[in-house]
Design a protein around this ligand. Sequence first.
Ligand SMILES: [Zn+2]
Ligand SMILES: [Zn+2]
Length: 419
Amino acid sequence: MSSALQQYRITPNSTTSSVAVPITPTPDYVAQLNSLVHSQEVLASTGYIVKELSDEDLESKKRCSGCGIQMLRLQKNEKRNEKRNEQRNNKKKDKEHAQDEGNLERACAVSVSSSSSDTSSDGPVSHGVALPNSTPRMRCKFHSGWLHLKAWSCCGKNPTDPPCVQREYHIPRSDVSGETERLWQHHPTKIGQTQFSHRAAVAIDCEMGTTMSNDSELIRVTLLDYFSGQVLIDKLVWPDVPMLHLNTRFSGIRWPDLHNARRKRSCLFGRDNARAAVLKFIGPSTIVVGHSAHNDLTSLRWIHHRIVDTYILESALKEAAEKAVTESPQKTPVEPTTVSDTSPKNADGGQKRPKGRGLLSLKTLSKVKLGREIQVGRNGHDSIEDALAARDLVHVYLTSEDNRAVHEILDEEIRSMAT
Ligand SMILES: [Zn+2]
Ligand SMILES: [Zn+2]
């Protein structure tokens, strides 16, 4: 470990708010940081979008013109139902098969003991073949009107009454203006020459609100220089889609803040401008550090391939530790992180993994590994604090001998996560 690294020490159990301590980018340190960059397979399997969305992907982002649910979600539900039905049918078949065998045995016993041949009773039944169902299954149910004076305008029924329109299939909304592409397409970092403004490594954190169509939408973006800790961007983002709420409890952002920023024109306008602001500092070789950063990149509709994600690192560490315990119960886990809750992330990032809860959360990791309390109080997250915590976790990982000792196991673990 070079002496330059030793100068940076995070004081254990210090509960003071986070202050960025500069890290010297020695060749050794930069090489170590580079070695943590995840493969595209790992990124793809942990919720990152690694290539531009295909026409099919975009189609699945459309919503049903009737019930308004996203086609992707409907497809997933349909698949889940099919699987459940198949399992149920298989169980039924097994049960009937067992019954048939029982019947057959009984029938044989009867025919041996008696010459009578009564075949009408207890004969084998349907073998699980469902009778054709004459009424089609109605998948799409909705009210075609709107709620007015506590009644649906379409049918006059109460708000909680069952939908008055039913269709056999969902029909995606037509998209003549290319809105789906505009809303959902992801844009890769430009390949080309490194500019003077491009940083070697940055840490990112974004805050999101919820749109009227129940999607996550960028409302604040924060970017730090990994080495100097300098705040490169910390701006509110005025969303260019109708919003349901700002998720204030977690985002810490209120409407007056946003309106104020818009009036002063101190915010960024829309996610495309936010992405453009971020990309000023990002070249093709820039390493982006974050915690569950697929959510942040998705909120910017941004594709970047050089990522170090502390959630992925910590998941792998935890799995390696668990494996060490299983394989050799008398051995101490390789990494005594007291985390014990994880499951593979949802590949489309649909299931949001909050950074503020759970044992692999940034909040817990920051407390356990950095001795630093973050996300305290009622004001929600502070993106600067969160981005800095992710950066410092990576730094601890790179400078702690314990962590480096498991580097090889970790490599293998991370590789296996992608398969
Ligand atoms: Zn109705
Ligand atoms: Zn529908």
